[in-house]
Design a binder for this molecule. Structure first.
Ligand code: ATP
Ligand code: MG
Length: 415
């Protein structure tokens, strides 16, 4: 992509009410646009990051035999009444609306009820189980406070997965596989070392649910961690979890964190509420066991922006950077050479953002840093004379002058 074709410009102007670092950086660099508090548009650059995060999650969910689908955001009230979650007193983040004929609808903030409603028409026998389904979807939540940028949206992208099983043991096995899949996701996103599987409230069949909490100053949660034992507990269940784990609170370190995922073993609770059954091998009706597994896709993006940035801007991990290379041309000869390099690299599938604008080099360098692209390649008149390319690492600041062959080696391309 050429900068002259990219619709967004970098800006120093911020909406007056935007106080969160992740949104400030992402707005300045042209990744997102703010409509209002907690409501953001993902611009072409931002969308590329979202899609890369989704692809990592997709690959890991496919590995545990889950199938992708997409469900509707419009949800009739009746099925939520079955589980007593329609009431605003029970769920305080509903957005609700009505059809012209006055039928009440909710805008999806989660999909357990919708999945069960759909699957009770599909699953009849134990032979139909287990099943695991997932989707990436824009969830809508009428959040009271939305001051954390894209870490707390009123509309945000979630990966939600639901697994259905004939037995508690089968669900428990799958639940453990999901924990491993989640760990792989956070490793690949570059936040694995700072992300803890955390004991949290909200379990049904099991006493606790498991949250995936990433240590982060801008996070809204308080976590108690034991780094050596690799144990983490959410503040809200601290006493109870310490008792269960036989550890003393004083052994734990208190840190701020952001919940980037949450998984639940619901047992048969929801299936009982909604009469979701299958026939076992004796033709007896049994309730289906349900697991529910969420990942905050756009929240994870916000957390990464917070954690991997400096005074100059964003520093994306390679795996989710919108482009791998920021190509800067300087001077006439430099531009001719950069045009060629851009063509060669893009032909080979290397993701290059080419700053072909007729502006000062300093501005191009500043943008390369603000945008946080992992590598910058500079081609100038002077460098062309020396048959060299300058390559700069955004994260380490390391700089080297390479010949064309060395450059190709570094990038792993064949030229
Ligand atoms: P929180 O406690 O932060 O409000 P939650 O426990 O209500 O979140 P879940 O229902 O567990 O959220 O949703 C699954 C995942 O979706 C969360 O782990 C989080 O990563 C993400 N998420 C939840 N609410 C938001 C939001 N308002 N904006 C962005 N991501 C969110
Ligand atoms: Mg949660």
């Amino acid at each position: 992509m050429k900068r002259t074709q990219l619709l967004t410009k970098t800006t120093k102007n911020l909406p007056a009410d935007e106080t969160s670092k992740n949104a400030q950086l992402l707005i300045q660099a042209g990744y997102i646009h703010k409509e209002m508090a907690g409501v953001y548009t993902y611009l072409p650059l931002g969308l590329r990051v979202v899609e890369k995060i989704k692809q990592i999650v997709r690959e890991e969910m496919n590995k545990i035999n889950s199938s992708e689908l997409i469900m509707t955001n419009l949800q009739p009230a009746d099925r939520w009444q079955e589980t007593h979650r329609w009431s605003d007193e029970v769920v305080d983040i509903w957005f609700k609306t009505r059809l012209k004929d006055e039928t009440e609808l909710g805008l999806a903030w989660s999909h357990e009820e919708a999945v069960i409603n759909m699957m009770r028409g599909q699953i009849t026998s134990y032979r139909d189980l287990p099943v695991s389904l997932y989707q990436f979807q824009a969830k809508l939540r009428n959040e009271l406070r939305a001051k954390s940028g894209i870490m707390r949206g009123r509309e945000f992208v979630m990966k939600d997965m639901y697994s259905m099983h004939a037995t508690a043991e089968d669900l428990a096995t799958y639940y453990d596989q999901a924990i491993e899949a989640y760990k792989r996701v956070y490793d690949r996103l570059g936040i694995g070392d700072d992300t803890y599987v955390t004991f949290a409230s909200g379990g049904a069949f099991t006493k606790f649910s498991h949250e995936f909490q990433t240590v982060c100053e801008a996070g809204e949660d308080i976590l108690y961690v034991h780094r050596e034992k690799n144990i983490a507990v959410n503040e809200e269940v601290l006493e109870e979890a310490c008792e269960e784990l036989k550890i003393d609170k004083s052994e734990l370190e208190k840190v701020k964190s952001a919940e980037v995922g949450n998984i639940f073993n619901f047992g048969t609770d929801k299936s009982k509420d909604m009469n979701f059954t299958y026939a076992d091998d004796q033709d007896q009706h049994q309730h289906v066991y349900l697991g529910s597994y969420g990942i905050g896709i756009t929240r994870a993006m916000g957390v990464i922006a917070e954690k991997f940035s400096d005074e100059k801007g964003l520093i994306w991990p390679k795996a989710i950077a919108p482009y791998q290379i920021y190509l800067v041309s300087i001077g006439e000869q430099g531009s001719r050479e950069a045009d060629k390099l851009y063509q060669t690299l893009t032909d080979q599938g290397v993701e290059v953002l080419y700053d072909d604008r007729d502006i000062r080099p300093g501005q191009k360098f500043a943008d390369a840093e603000l945008l946080g692209i992992p590598l910058r390649i500079t081609v100038s008149d002077r460098l062309v004379e020396q048959s060299k390319y300058e390559i700069t690492n955004r994260k380490t600041g390391e700089n080297s002058m390479l010949t064309f062959t060395e450059l190709a080696d570094t990038l792993g391309t064949h030229v």
